[in-house]
Design a protein around this ligand. Structure first.
Ligand code: GLY
Length: 299
């Protein structure tokens, strides 16, 4: 099986000044993942590396550079899913972990549990040697400005979804998916979105396909967007159609917008978004194709 990877850097009205950083970021993330796959690494290794890179890249709402919550600090959620076993690891509301996706993988592989939150998750990070950072290290000036403007206007933004994710298939045909986010700008303290919830922010099943989602978390949870999309692969005949139908269902039933990336068990890619723009990159043989997908929409 020829390995492959697809990554996203969020689906929203990506502002013109962030287009280039998003494009370069998803290209680099997919390239790092592909290198791992080409060196015999697993799909899990590839999605972890791709997402971890985007957590380190301040362009995205994940890790460093994430949106700030109502109190002006970052709270992160992440999940990784193994298509061989349906096992997953996830963490939510962590404030002092630079790469929550690495912690999520440790949760999956080194504990008997699947999900840790807040202080307990941070204790695990220390125990597993990931180390903790000062919360201020995750904050960038661009997001302080966005936060100040939202606070001034008294708004909570529910239409900016810059969450990152990756889906990969390795040379054994194994599938994995990973998603990481800082959530919504100016969110309430303790609010957790879809990203760390199985079947919502991501899903992977070697027998069918794997998906990573971005979008309005509360809407995504209500339709279990990633599981819905994977389940639709058979009936729609292609992962691209599955992504489109899943997002249509979400929009019709909840009014929420978002984006999806998928790979099915035959290695076919799919993506779709109901937002104006979505940052995407995928492997084509040894090359990476990166682009901002654009639709004529307002949000
Ligand atoms: N999809 C990211 C969030 O709503 O938190």
């Amino acid at each position: 099986m020829k390995p492959r990877i697809i990554v996203h850097g969020g689906a929203w009205s990506i502002s013109d000044d962030l287009m280039k950083p998003h494009l370069n970021g998803v290209r680099k993330a997919a390239g790092l993942g592909l290198n791992i796959l080409n060196s015999g690494g697993s799909a899990l290794d590839a999605v972890e590396q791709a997402v971890s890179y985007m957590e380190d890249n301040p362009a995205f709402d994940a890790g460093v550079g994430s949106f700030l919550n109502e109190k002006g600090f970052v709270e992160l959620d992440a999940m990784i899913v193994d298509g061989r076993t349906l096992k997953f690891g996830s963490v939510a509301s962590v404030r002092r972990v630079r790469n929550p996706i690495r912690l999520a993988r440790l949760v999956m592989e080194r504990t008997e549990f699947h999900m840790f939150v807040s202080e307990g998750a941070e204790r695990l990070a220390e125990r597993f040697g990931l180390g903790l950072v000062d919360p201020s290290e995750l904050i960038v000036e661009r997001e302080v400005e966005r936060w100040k403007n939202l606070r001034r206007e008294g708004k909570r933004s529910s239409y900016i979804f810059s969450t990152v994710g990756a889906v990969a298939m390795d040379s054994n045909g194994d599938l994995a998916a990973a998603t990481s986010t800082g959530g919504l700008p100016n969110k309430m303290v303790g609010r957790v979105g879809d990203s760390p919830l199985i079947g919502c922010g991501a899903y992977a099943d070697n027998l069918v396909g794997a998906a990573s989602a971005t979008g309005h978390g509360e809407s995504t949870m209500r339709v279990l967007l990633s599981k819905l999309a994977v389940d639709l692969i058979h009936s729609t005949g292609h992962p691209k159609s599955a992504a489109e139908v899943a997002l249509k269902i979400m929009k019709e039933r909840t009014g929420g917008l978002g984006g999806l990336i998928l790979i099915d068990s035959a290695g076919r890619f799919g993506y779709a978004h109901t937002t104006r723009r979505m940052a995407l990159a995928y492997s084509k043989g040894e090359k990476i194709v990166a682009f901002i997908s654009e639709e004529d929409r307002q949000t």
